[in-house]
Design a protein around this ligand. Structure first.
Ligand SMILES: *Cc1c(COP(=O)(O)O)cnc(C)c1O
Length: 399
């Protein structure tokens, strides 16, 4: 997902247009801006590409998740179901609005297990938040059925899976709300930025106001706008949006490169007995930003992972021991280390995660290696990498 690999002249030109106009803010200053509305243009491009009615671009993916939850009316004491394998932004955004993150096991899709989700639903559950980790999706059809049955909101965190699809719909557009990140390491980047997409007009209007201090954006005079409800500042700047406008035009080109590079490595590894791959739910097409595979045991997986890095195959991750992406290393959450006092709802309702049983997640994540698929590799480099990976895995498996 390396947005940091490919950017060029169009990005520079767009940024210069903003600098030349002198208007770095996304709202107002209509007379000065010479027709440059970069955040708005990025929203329009997202609506077209993602086939949704609405998009709200904000300052980060974490902000997009927070704004999405707030726009759906989620607040203190509401429970949000999220996976044990994700980026820390998932529980940060939930806690930020006073809601309670309910961690639930992942399965061989490496994202939310629908059967584990059903078991976790209570009277207080309001949202199911699958996270399409490492470029591929949760079983959205099953999760949608659960949401329909229990009248819950389906919020897709598609921050790592932009460009993938499920049953022909772009990831992020299948649920009630979908979020993207355009931080520096995602498939496309703004430097920093994020977006939510939805077909729900109320959610969109809420998101538009909430992300800008509650301003209703009626008319173009910030002095006379009204403020129907409280908000915060999650705005993106025009400079960041300008980069995103150029990047989104190249999304399909990037996806094509990722898929081509992925296939070379996949074809090499699939010949090996003992190597299996994450399950892609039926109807899904991943975005090929990572290749994730399983080995027969945790011990063998650790050996393969260290051999890969010792022998110079970079960008392969063993999430089980990684301190950002798996619940085992989230001590700040499990021990609730916060700078100030937490809302009572969170303190009372948060499960004691230091005692939780997530052995079903451990079973999969303990045997998973994910390799980042880069865009800048030459054909020769991908082939050599694939061959080298195949040899290393084979040697460890047969030692
Ligand atoms: C990157 C990421 C986020 C947060 O995005 P930022 O723009 O870095 O705030 C949220 N969820 C997932 C799965 C991510 O990978």
């Amino acid at each position: 997902m390396p947005g940091f690999e490919l950017f060029g002249e169009q990005e520079k030109q767009n940024v210069n247009e903003v600098l030349d106009s002198g208007v770095l803010m996304r709202y107002g200053f209509d007379g000065m801006r010479n027709g440059h509305w970069k955040a708005k243009a990025l929203e329009q491009a997202l609506c077209e590409r993602m086939q949704t009615k609405y998009a709200q671009v904000v300052s980060s993916g974490t902000a997009a998740l927070t704004v999405a939850l707030a726009s759906a009316g989620v607040g203190a004491g509401d429970e949000v179901i999220m996976p044990t394998f994700t980026f820390v932004a998932s529980f940060e955004s939930i806690l930020a609005i006073g809601a309670v993150p309910i961690l639930v096991d992942v399965d061989d899709t490496l994202t939310l297990s629908p059967s584990a989700v059903e078991k976790a639903i209570t009277q207080k559950t309001k949202v199911i938040m699958p996270v399409h980790m490492c470029g591929s999706m949760a079983d959205l059809k099953s999760l949608k059925a659960i949401c329909d049955k229990h009248k819950l909101i389906l919020l897709e965190d598609a921050c790592q899976a932009i460009g993938g699809s499920f049953e022909g719909k772009p990831l992020g557009s299948y649920g009630d709300l979908g979020c993207f990140s355009f931080d520096y390491v995602k498939t496309i980047t703004c430097g920093e930025g994020g977006a939510l997409i939805t077909n729900n007009e109320d959610f969109y209007i809420h998101a538009d106001h909430y992300s800008d201090h509650g301003h209703d954006h009626v008319g173009n005079n910030r002095g006379t706008e009204s403020h129907p409800f409280l908000g915060y500042n999650y705005r993106i700047s025009e400079l960041n949006a300008a980069v995103g406008c150029a990047q989104i035009q190249r999304l399909d080109e990037f996806l094509g490169i990722q898929e081509r590079n992925f296939e070379v490595i996949y074809n090499a590894l699939k010949t090996l007995d003992g190597v299996t791959f994450r399950r892609i739910p039926q109807g899904g097409k991943q975005n090929y930003s990572f290749l994730s595979f399983f080995l027969p045991t945790e011990e063998l997986t650790k050996k393969v992972h260290s051999s890969l890095s010792e022998r110079g195959v970079d960008a392969c991750f063993y999430w089980f021991d990684n301190n950002w992406h798996y619940y085992r290393k989230w001590e700040h959450l499990t021990h609730m280390h916060s700078l100030g006092k937490l809302p009572e709802e969170i303190k009372e309702q948060l499960p004691d995660y230091s005692k939780s049983d997530f052995s079903a997640s451990d079973y999969w994540i303990g045997r998973t290696i994910s390799c980042l698929i880069k865009l800048s590799w030459t054909e020769k480099e991908v082939k050599e990498r694939a061959e080298k990976m195949k040899n290393i895995v084979s040697e460890v498996l047969h030692a």
